[in-house]
Design a protein around this ligand. Sequence first.
Ligand SMILES: [Zn+2]
Ligand SMILES: [Zn+2]
Length: 278
Amino acid sequence: MQTRGMQPTERSTGRSSILFLGSGGARFVVARQLRSSAGMWMRFGTTQIHVDPGPGALVRALSHVPPCNPRELDAIVLSHKHLDHSGDVNALIEAMTSGGFRRRGQILAPADAFENGPVVLPYAQRYAGTVVRLEPSSGPYVIENVELRTSMPHLHAVQTYGMHFTYGHLRVAYLPCGRFFDGLAEDYARHKPDVLVINVLRYRDDAKVDHLTFDGARSIVAGVRPRVAILQHFGTKMLEAVPRHLAQELEDELGLRVIAAHDGLTVDLDTEVAAVGV
Ligand SMILES: [Zn+2]
Ligand SMILES: [Zn+2]
């Protein structure tokens, strides 16, 4: 393994990035692949983590230039078991473990991803080096030189937890799908993230659905006040509203950096955080 033999200082000072293999979410966008549903490939120094590998994740990882190598993955993390977050998890586990011949890597997900109609199939669970059932508001779960802590439970149809990654001084939060409720922003703000990735499926509607609207996301970003916010996981109406225009609107309004993800976008976290200053 690459990290072995490195000094702790080197281990926590490598560059960090998020590659958005996919930036789409919601049934229609995923079914038609208007935007890819391949999830995020995170790098923290030498540690590599695939978060929410939805349909197309393996193909998108391998076809990216330069390719992402699943055999180098240290962990696969699911925020929840819905298809747009887990569709390719078994394919990724097979790729990470060389078809099960090399038992390695961690799979971390809420408990219901592993049982009662598991999305991580039992045979694939046996391929992984470690299977970790995430609990809400807990951690740290250690992935090489990265610490992962979970958020409070989201209001969503299945067990869903947000994630807080800490690597050296860098703090990156991921707020996955779920309905807006009072207290959600405060829960994320407690971790003081430098970067907040936030799933914004819906643009504007008052239907009581289990997803954030753009207005809900605005209020959360305003409450958490990260240095950099990254919007992603767009549904049809969000795409029609042009995410990069909405990101600009939010940036002007809140006075912090806001990025709209698109398929294939790599965000260099060190550069983005440093550009914002203190
Ligand atoms: Zn989703
Ligand atoms: Zn969901």
